[in-house]
Write a new protein. Sequence first.
Length: 95
Amino acid sequence: MSERYENRKVKTLAKAMDASARAQLVSVPHIWKLGDRYYKLADEFYDDPTFWWVIAWYNQKPLESDVKTGTVIYVPTPLEDVLEFINNKGNVSSY
């Protein structure tokens, strides 16, 4: 396992997540507003800004510039369940 993923507590990161897989996780809607950043949401919901990539991955929007003001994005919770889901799914591949 690469150090990059080890530090993030994940084996590898999925490229995409289908709707049935997404339905297995709980998520909180958030309306994207001016000044929002993934790391700020990760800090708010997970108490750790380094997990910003979980929100980006879950929404399939790797860059904040991919999210337009007013767009509803979803924050998957709790973080422990999301990381377990990522680590245990067979359809997971490098992002």
